[in-house]
Write a protein that binds this ligand. Structure first.
Ligand SMILES: NC(=O)c1ccc[n+]([C@@H]2O[C@H](COP(=O)([O-])OP(=O)(O)OC[C@H]3O[C@@H](n4cnc5c(N)ncnc54)[C@H](O)[C@@H]3O)[C@@H](O)[C@H]2O)c1
Length: 324
């Protein structure tokens, strides 16, 4: 019988891509999502509308669909909002995770892939961030992801749960326009938004100790990221697989390079406006991806141009078709 995984948050941007990768790998998927930010239009597999914090509901879904394991993406993800609403973030990202783990224990489901984040590292000083870099998150969002990792690790020690925590870097691009990121807080959508308003995009800080003076980040195409979940699932077949993995490209792109790539893809002339650096923005955050490539055999296939191109086409299909 085919394995079936429960994708919690599968109506969201990344979750919908994860479902697609599972299907491509011949793995069944069921989605649970409360549609707080997701859209049911993205879901083409059995769908339960509900909150992962509802232990009875999740236990029933796990039993009814004979679920093998859970991919947990259902969380709130806005750093700025987490600073003003820490209680909401601890509730939605930590308490709900406890509830989900309770339901999994009740239904005897013992495999979990968890969406963590590079935000667990906080102020990064190393050129490349390995998984054993100190974790000192600088906002409640990053803290909730780190506490989530601890919670899962402790539950794994106590019960034999097998897990992989994937620390995503900056996620971008889309496999199809209907799966595109609806959030507006990442760099690429923010550049698009500025252009839509007829404004030039802003660069926060141009005097960082980086090759062109602007911040450097590691961008990962959402399709590559989704495939990393399938690789992680396969690794959980081996005992002692509990591990934490960086998921990035292992290559940095500067903010200026990203904006130049948008200009090239969109066929526009863009003159970004320099502004003061934002407090708490490290100069460079780039993943060391040695661990995931060695342990899971996973490597990214898409570059920045492909991330920008797919996101741009998703945003303006008619415009982009006209541009070829
Ligand atoms: N997008 C990024 O750049 C990024 C980077 C690092 C980590 N992450 C993590 O990846 C995960 C997915 O992010 P995304 O970009 O797809 O966000 P998203 O908002 O598009 O998806 C989250 C989904 O979870 C659902 N959800 C939230 N709380 C829920 C609950 N209590 N019960 C049921 N469903 C619930 C939402 O409706 C949404 O469909 C999140 O955990 C996020 O923290 C994202």
């Amino acid at each position: 019988m085919t394995d079936t995984w429960l994708v919690a948050g599968g109506a969201g941007y990344i979750g919908a891509h994860v479902v697609r990768s599972l299907q491509a790998a011949g793995i069944g998927a069921v989605v649970i999502d409360d549609l707080s930010t997701g859209s049911s239009d993205r879901v083409r597999v059995p769908f339960v509308r509900g909150d992962i914090g509802n232990v009875d509901l999740v236990t029933d879904v796990l039993r009814q669909h004979e679920i093998t394991g859970v991919i947990q993406l259902a969380a709130d993800k806005q750093v700025a909002e987490s600073m003003t609403e820490p209680l909401t973030y601890y509730h939605r990202n930590v308490v709900n995770l406890m509830q989900l783990l309770t339901a999994m224990a009740r239904a005897e489901v013992d495999r979990l892939v968890f969406s963590s984040s590079a935000a667990v590292y906080g102020m990064v000083e190393a050129a490349l961030v390995t998984e054993d870099h100190p974790t000192r998150p600088i906002n409640p969002y990053g803290e909730t992801k780190l506490v989530g990792e601890w919670l899962i690790r402790d539950q794994a020690r106590a019960t034999g749960l097998r897990f992989a925590a994937l620390r995503y870097f900056n996620v971008a691009g889309t496999a199809a326009p209907e799966l595109a990121d609806l959030g507006r807080t990442n760099l690429i959508p923010m550049v698009f938004d500025a252009l839509d308003r007829g404004e030039q995009p802003v660069i926060f800080g141009c005097d960082y100790p980086t090759p062109d003076g602007t911040c450097v980040r590691d961008f990962i195409h959402v399709e590559d990221l989704a495939d990393a979940h399938v690789a992680a699932i396969a690794a959980l077949d081996s005992p002692g697989a509990a591990q934490v993995f960086n998921v990035g490209c292992g290559r940095g792109y500067s903010v200026r390079e990203v904006i130049e790539t948008v200009a090239e893809v969109a066929g526009l002339s863009i003159e970004p406006r320099p502004s003061d650096p934002r407090p708490g923005d490290p100069a460079m955050v780039v993943a060391d991806t040695e661990h995931i490539s060695t342990a899971l055999g996973w490597r990214p296939r898409h570059d920045l141009r492909e991330m920008v191109r797919s996101a741009w086409h998703a945003r303006s299909p008619q415009l982009s078709a006209a541009q070829g």
